[in-house]
Design a protein around this ligand. Structure first.
Ligand SMILES: NC(=O)c1ccc[n+]([C@@H]2O[C@H](COP(=O)([O-])OP(=O)(O)OC[C@H]3O[C@@H](n4cnc5c(N)ncnc54)[C@H](OP(=O)(O)O)[C@@H]3O)[C@@H](O)[C@H]2O)c1
Length: 335
């Protein structure tokens, strides 16, 4: 295949104010840099839509936000088109931080090679990718669920939450999910095996959660923060563990809200611990050895919300930030 000299990208037009808008992003054509020594040219197959992009664009993330006009940052599953590295060959599949584009030139050493026969390729961005690793690491290193315990998981029908819930259920726990739309609660119960799932959009959410966890909560895997975290904290059992994984409820807010009341944490002698998946990247092989067989033999289910074409990336991202994704949100760039 001839090496292309231009590429399509989606760039940042302006930083979102509140809920992101399509006009915050724009598609354009740019020159494509030829790969140098140790670099590879990649063709994007699947783009990963991830909530951290929103705080990143707000300047509230671990790395500086992109300049206006820069390619929107993001991870992708890509195929190597041309390689100047001994580690990768044309045809190999990799995951890397290409940003929202159809072609990218990156250092081979920054990429994670994917086994294409292990599971469908797109799973490398979801159940067998960073979201799956996040759920696995949070349970293994912080929550340590024991059989018979009640494990509560928010964004239960999402990429991280669906894996956290299923791994807890496979450990013999009773699992209770929290999701937004009623159809997401149904998927959480029917596809991901949660014993119960309550909607945080219901006017009776706190009462519903209390009814779903009559004996309290041993583990809360928190992906949202805000009022949902506050409600969960009030139901902690003695020596509960809380995995602080994400703060989706505040990503679209201009100001950081006042924190939840932490009083119940004291009474429960509970442990709250922050989780950063990048601390666990060295355990990718161990995670894959644990979870890939579960995916292969159907004990671990996953769902994907797929949008078609690079130009649909902004609307796919907005839909995810509005909670309209079911499972891992992805954009198919190359057919
Ligand atoms: N700590 C780490 O290293 C790490 C790594 C990866 C991901 N994360 C975090 O894990 C969380 C889940 O990520 P994901 O990739 O699996 O995304 P996801 O759950 O597939 O999608 C994001 C979900 O957030 C929920 N949400 C959005 N706005 C909300 C609001 N105002 N209140 C409550 N919920 C809201 C929606 O689900 P519902 O409609 O069902 O509520 C939406 O579907 C995110 O907070 C992300 O930042 C953390």
């Amino acid at each position: 295949m001839a090496i292309p000299t231009t590429r399509q990208v989606v760039h940042v037009v302006r930083y979102p104010d509140g809920m992101p808008q399509e006009a915050d992003f724009a598609l354009d054509q740019r020159a494509l840099r030829a790969p140098g020594a140790g670099e590879v040219l990649l063709r994007t197959q699947w783009l990963s839509m991830d909530p951290y992009l929103r705080p990143l664009l707000a300047g509230r993330y671990a790395v500086p936000r992109p300049e206006l006009g820069a390619v929107v940052p993001g991870g992708a599953l890509s195929q190597v088109v041309h390689s100047n590295s001994g580690c990768l060959a044309a045809g190999d599949w990799v995951v890397g931080d290409t940003g929202w584009c159809d072609y990218a030139t990156l250092a081979a050493e920054s990429l994670r090679k994917v086994n294409p026969v292990q599971a469908p390729l797109s799973t490398a961005l979801g159940v067998l990718g960073i979201p799956g690793l996040t759920a696995w690491a949070g349970l293994k290193t912080i929550a340590r669920p024991q059989a018979g315990e009640t494990v509560l998981v928010s964004t239960a029908a999402g990429a991280v939450g669906s894996v956290a819930g299923q791994l807890a259920r496979l450990s013999g726990c009773r699992t209770v999910g929290i999701a937004g739309l009623p159809e997401k609660c149904a998927i959480a119960r029917e596809a991901f095996g949660f014993d119960e799932c309550v909607s945080h959009q219901s006017p009776t959410f706190v009462e519903d959660l209390r009814a779903a966890c009559p004996e309290g909560i041993d583990v809360y895997f928190d992906n949202v923060g805000g009022p949902v975290l506050e409600a969960a904290l009030s139901m902690l059992r003695t020596r509960a563990r809380v995995v602080l994984c994400g703060m989706s409820a505040q990503y679209n807010q201009a100001q950081r809200p006042a924190g939840p009341n932490l009083g119940p944490v004291i009474g429960a002698r509970a442990i709250l611990q922050g989780l950063v998946v990048f601390d666990h990247l060295a355990r990718f092989a161990e995670f894959t050895a644990d979870v890939a067989p579960l995916v292969r033999d159907g004990r671990m289910h996953y769902r994907e919300s797929i949008s078609e074409g690079l130009a649909s990336a902004p609307s796919a991202f907005i839909a995810m930030m509005a909670g309209r994704n079911l499972g891992k949100a992805l954009v198919r760039v190359a057919s």
